[in-house]
Design a protein around this ligand. Structure first.
Ligand code: DGJ
Length: 549
């Protein structure tokens, strides 16, 4: 029932204020710290009934991330990074650790940047996600040391079907795997020494946007020989196929699936060796394929973890905890479909990268609605580099404001949302563009979210000038929901008829969380509730209680 309808019926809907029971307190940002100020527990990914949480200091945690630009991984640049990270109120900085930077000379390691970064992250009270730019960085070895990328004999490149050598290194070369793995192991060993107590670093991304542009797979004689052999038993079993050659088993997809399998095996061996040193969660990110079309693999990074080869990656890379999409398409349908593709019972949804233009900001709400455990806009620093048209044409405080607003709101109830999400009790919606409302099925209730409505009165939603609306809803207890968001109106309806006359909103409290406890600020009533719950650009968290009468 719409609240406005009830008002017209002359009924007073809101009951007297009742201080409602809050969530059981959960550890706050540093809740499970050891007495010496260090975090007692390793970060880890947990799974419950096909849902996930990243455990940080022993409790579920949402990564509200900010990824620096590619070449910001130098001590001289960090002063331009932190102000932007602070500006967006991210809780985690994503930063590359480049192979060329730590092992410019083979066998000689330099972790001075990592040590500087760790020290500064702790001063800024931020977590880190470190990105291993090794054999693959957007398909090529640009971040590998010169002794790797200039030695094609020792570290062979992919050669396409027409004999053209591509930028990508072959995943089938044992020397490449050996060298990358050794460097990654040294990195993880150092990380354990430098951060094994404090756990500033939450996760490590292994390689960056693997795959190959311009060739579906490696066609060198070495690779061809493997391709003509049998599909390995582990993959045949995992995919429930009949044994045979790649062509027999996968037909027209054989080339791409072969490449995906061997890249995944390479990455898995690097990750497994790293985890043997220091077992924190490790993930890979994906340069995307069109989520709707069966595209030709020559038009994207073939062999990377695109949606059509996720089963292969899952089977071939068990040491990788999750596969996260890099979403640089502003379109609503593209974005939502991608979230659906990467949220799987065997894969935690984690938006590893997304554009930093304002229209991307609202998708954090849909990400939460798809049980996402993290969301990280890319290019968050003040180096003046802009990756338009993928992202914004200008990066300053004003441009970052939509991300700031969202991270401020969500960060203030981070632990509560992450804990409820693990229990399957979080829903979220982002403003669509083809129409101007969406609905969320909360079970006993349905929430209708409308965009572009005035705060007072009934009208047809027209959408915001630029799509910027989003809402998150979380069930704290039966009939009791947290509702928060921006630039949106939320109305509720009952889906199952209960009570003699129907249902009503018993109370709408505005408040906030402090150390895991709900702190009441005021009741909303009258104009503030008669025409739905209207969220503006002000961060507001409501606790809504339904009752029957
Ligand atoms: C995705 C890559 O993973 C990033 O490192 C960066 O190159 C962006 N694309 C584009 O700016």
């Amino acid at each position: 029932m719409r609240i406005s309808t009830m008002k017209k019926a002359g009924r007073s809907l809101l009951m007297a204020a009742t201080m409602l029971a809050g969530l059981a307190p959960v550890a706050h940002t540093r809740g499970a710290q050891a007495a010496d100020g260090h975090s007692a527990e390793m970060p880890r990914l947990v799974r419950e009934d096909g849902r996930y949480a990243l455990m940080v200091d022993g409790a579920p945690y949402l990564v509200l991330g900010a990824q620096a630009n590619n070449s910001s991984n130098w001590p001289s640049v960090l002063p331009q990074v932190w102000p932007a990270v602070e500006q967006v109120q991210a809780n985690t900085l994503f930063m590359p650790i480049a192979w060329q930077q730590i092992e410019a000379t083979e066998g000689k390691f330099d972790f001075s940047f990592l040590d500087t970064l760790l020290a500064q992250a702790r001063e800024h009270k931020k977590h880190l996600v470190l990105l291993w730019f090794g054999t693959w960085k957007n398909n090529g070895p640009s971040y590998a040391p010169n002794w790797v990328k200039l030695d094609n004999d020792r570290f062979p490149r992919v050669v396409g079907s027409k004999g053209v050598m591509r930028g990508s290194l072959s995943p089938l070369a044992p020397a490449t795997l050996d060298a990358d793995r050794k460097a990654f192991v040294a990195f993880m060993r150092h990380l354990k020494q430098a951060d094994g107590q404090q756990h500033t670093v939450l996760m490590v991304q292994v390689e960056n946007e693997t795959g190959t542009y311009g060739a579906v797979r490696d066609f060198t004689p070495m690779a061809q020989k493997v391709f003509e052999g049998k599909v390995p038993d582990d993959l045949v079993k995992a995919l429930k196929k009949q044994p045979g050659t790649w062509k027999d088993v996968f037909g027209k997809d054989a080339d791409e699936f072969f490449h995906a399998y061997y890249i995944a095996r390479f990455v898995d061996q690097v990750a497994a060796a790293g985890k043997a040193e220091y077992p924190i969660p490790m993930y890979v990110n994906a340069a995307l394929r069109d989520p709707f079309k069966d595209q030709d693999p020559y038009s994207y990074s073939s062999g990377g973890p695109t949606w059509n080869v996720l089963d292969i990656w899952k089977a071939a890379a068990p040491s990788i905890d999750l596969i996260g999409p890099d979403i640089y398409d502003r379109g609503y349908d593209f974005y939502i479909k991608t979230l659906e593709q990467y949220k799987r019972p065997d894969n935690a949804l984690f938006v590893a990268e997304t554009g930093n233009d304002s229209v991307y900001a609202r998708y954090v709400f849909a990400t939460l609605g798809h049980q996402g455990i993290g969301f990280a806009p890319f290019g968050i620093d003040y180096t003046r580099y802009v990756n338009y048209p993928l992202g914004a044409a200008k990066i300053d405080a004003e441009a970052l404001e939509p991300f700031t607003m969202n991270f401020k709101l969500l960060g203030s109830m981070n632990r509560e949302l992450a804990a409820l999400s693990l229990k399957g009790k979080v829903w979220g919606a982002s403003e669509p563009t083809a129409d101007h409302s969406n609905t969320l099925d909360l079970g006993p209730y349905k929430a209708t979210i409308s965009y572009g409505l005035p705060q007072f009165g009934d009208a047809k939603p027209t959408g915001n000038d630029k799509p910027c609306g989003g809402v998150v809803i979380a069930e704290m207890a039966p009939n009791e929901y947290l509702v928060a968001g921006y630039h949106a109106r939320v109305d509720f309806a009952q889906t199952i008829k209960a009570g003699k006359n129907g249902f009503m909103i018993a109370s709408v409290e505005e408040g906030h969380f402090e150390n895991g406890k709900w702190v009441f600020e005021r009741l909303w009533n009258g104009d503030q509730t008669d025409y739905g719950l209207n969220f503006t650009s002000i961060p507001q968290i409501l606790k809504v209680r339904f009752a029957t009468y």
